[in-house]
Design a protein around this ligand. Structure first.
Ligand code: ATP
Ligand code: MG
Length: 415
C-alpha cells in the first residue's frame, strides 16, 4: 500500500499507534499511513476506498484481507477551539508529526527504506516509559482538551509515567473538560475499561487531576478501594466477554446508589441497555451484597434456605454477575476470607441452577390455581409468591400435591 503511493511519487510513512506498538513489541493490526498525496490522489490510486474523514484528509483504504487502513494527507492545524481543528494540506512530514499529541505517537516509519523518523525522541520516551506532550504541553492541551484524557489512558495502558509539564497541563485542563461532548468522555472511559489491564491507575488520575470533579462530580472523591476493585475484573479482551465491561463500570460506581448511577450514565449518553445492566449490578450490590458482606465478616456462611432466598432476589440469570461483583469488592477486605467466598460462590451457583427459586419453577401454575377456584386478581400473585416462600424454605415441598394443599390454605386466608 505504501509502495503504491511511493511509486506514484508521493512521500509516505507509517505513523501513529502501530509504530508505537511495534516498537513496544505489541501486535497492532491497522497500520495507518501519512502521505504527501492529497485525498483525491489517494482515491485514484486504490480500487477500494472509503471516505472516512475527507475534510481532515483521511481516506480508508482496504487491503487484500479487507482490513481498513487510514491514509491521511500530511496536514497542519490552522485553527483549534479546544476540540475541533481546521486543517490545511500541503504540509511536510515534520509539520504533520508536530501536530500529533504525544512523542510516543509521533514516530514515523518508512516501510520501504526501513528507517524511523523521530524528531521528538518518542523512542527515548518509550524506553523511559514516559507520556510527554509534543511541544509545549499547556498549549497543546488547550488546542484539544481530549488530549488530557488520552494522556491518562496511554500512561495506564503501557504502565508509563506522565512527564511533569504534561501532568500539570492535564490538571490545568480539568476545569475545561466540560467542553468535550459527553459521547467523547464516554468513549475515553470505555476505552480505558477495555484497553487497560489495571484501570485504577488511570481512574485515580481522573480523580486527582480534577477530571472526575468536572465531568462526573459524584466520583470526585471515589475511594482507592473501589478503584482497586475495578482492577479485579479482567479487561474484556478480543474474545468478547460481554459482562466484564459493565462489571468494571458497576464497581467504579458502586459507591453511589442505583438511581444516581442511572443519572450519571444517562448524562454520559450510555445506551439504555448498558444503563440497565450497570445500574442493575450496583442496585443488587446495595440491596443484597452489603448484607452478605456483614454475614461473611462475622465468620458465618448463610444456610441453604437463606441462600435460596438470596438467589431468588438476585435472579437466576444475574447470580454470576452478582458473585463477580461481590468477589471484586471483597478482594480488598481482609475480614472476608477467600476460602469463605469460594465456598459461597460454589453453593450459591449450585442453588441458583438446581433449586426452585422462581415462580416459574413451581410444580403448579396459574391454571392449577384457577381449577381450585382462585379468581384471577391480586390475590393470585400473592398466593404464588406465598408458595414460592414455602418452597424456598424447603425445596422438597416443590411437589404438586403439597403445593395444591398449601394453595388451598392460602386461598382460604385470602378469602
Ligand atoms: P489506539 O491503539 O488506541 O488506536 P492510536 O495511537 O492509534 O492508539 P488513535 O486515536 O487511533 O490512537 O490516533 C492515531 C494517531 O493520531 C495517534 O497515534 C496520534 O498520532 C494522532 N492523534 C489522535 N488523536 C489525536 C489528538 N487528539 N491530538 C493529536 N494527535 C492525535
Ligand atoms: Mg488507532
Amino acid at each position: 500500500m505504501a509502495r503504491t503511493l511511493i511509486d506514484a511519487g508521493h512521500e509516505t510513512w507509517c505513523v501513529g499507534g502501530a509504530v508505537r506498538d511495534a516498537l513496544l513489541g505489541l501486535a497492532h493490526l491497522d497500520w495507518d499511513l501519512a502521505t504527501a498525496a492529497t485525498p483525491a490522489q489517494v482515491r485514484r490510486l486504490f480500487a477500494r476506498t472509503i471516505p472516512v474523514g475527507l475534510e481532515f484528509g483521511t481516506v480508508g483504504v482496504l487491503d487484500r484481507e479487507g482490513r481498513m487502513h487510514e491514509v491521511t494527507t500530511f496536514r497542519r492545524d490552522v485553527k483549534t477551539d479546544g476540540r475541533h481543528a481546521v486543517v490545511e494540506f500541503g504540509a511536510s512530514l515534520d509539520e504533520d508529526l508536530a501536530r500529533r499529541d504525544f512523542t510516543i505517537n509521533a514516530i514515523a516509519y518508512d516501510p520501504i527504506g526501513r528507517r524511523l523518523h523521530d524528531p521528538f525522541d518518542g523512542q527515548g520516551d518509550l524506553r523511559r516509559g514516559v507520556v510527554r506532550a509534543v511541544g509545549a504541553a499547556e498549549a497543546r492541551m488547550r488546542e484539544d482538551r481530549l488530549r488530557a484524557l488520552r494522556a491518562i489512558r496511554f500512561a495506564a495502558r503501557f504502565d508509563f509515567a506522565i512527564e511533569q509539564a504534561t501532568w500539570i497541563a492535564i490538571v490545568d485542563s480539568a476545569p475545561h473538560l466540560t467542553r468535550l461532548s459527553p459521547e467523547r468522555v464516554k468513549q475515553e472511559l470505555e476505552k480505558t475499561m477495555e484497553q487497560v489491564q489495571a484501570p485504577s491507575v488511570a481512574l485515580r488520575r481522573w480523580r486527582d487531576s480534577g477530571a472526575f470533579h468536572a465531568l462526573i462530580p459524584a466520583l470526585s472523591d471515589v475511594p482507592d478501594a473501589l478503584l482497586r476493585a475495578v482492577d479485579c475484573v479482567p479487561r474484556p479482551g478480543p474474545a468478547g466477554r460481554p459482562l466484564r465491561k459493565p462489571l468494571r463500570f458497576a464497581l467504579l460506581f458502586s459507591g453511589l446508589d442505583g438511581q444516581q448511577v442511572e443519572r450519571q450514565l444517562r448524562a454520559l449518553r450510555f445506551s439504555n441497555l448498558d444503563i440497565a445492566s450497570v445500574s442493575g449490578l450496583v442496585d443488587r450490590w446495595h440491596r443484597l451484597g452489603s448484607a452478605l458482606t456483614t454475614t461473611l465478616q462475622s465468620g458465618t456462611v448463610p444456610p441453604d434456605a437463606e441462600l435460596r432466598r438470596l438467589a431468588a432476589n438476585v435472579g437466576r440469570l444475574h447470580v454470576g454477575g452478582f458473585l463477580r461483583l461481590c468477589a471484586a469488592r471483597w478482594a480488598g477486605n481482609e475480614a472476608v476470607r477467600p476460602a469463605q467466598w469460594r465456598a459461597l460462590h460454589r453453593r450459591l451457583l449450585g442453588i441458583a441452577f438446581r433449586d426452585p427459586i422462581a415462580i416459574a419453577d413451581l410444580a403448579i401454575d396459574g391454571d392449577d390455581l384457577r381449577q381450585i377456584g382462585v379468581q384471577p386478581g391480586p390475590a393470585f400473585g400473592r398466593i404464588l409468591q406465598g408458595l414460592l416462600e414455602h418452597v424456598l424454605i424447603d425445596p422438597t415441598r416443590n411437589d404438586r400435591a403439597i403445593l395444591l394443599s398449601q394453595a388451598r390454605t392460602l386461598a382460604a386466608s385470602e378469602a
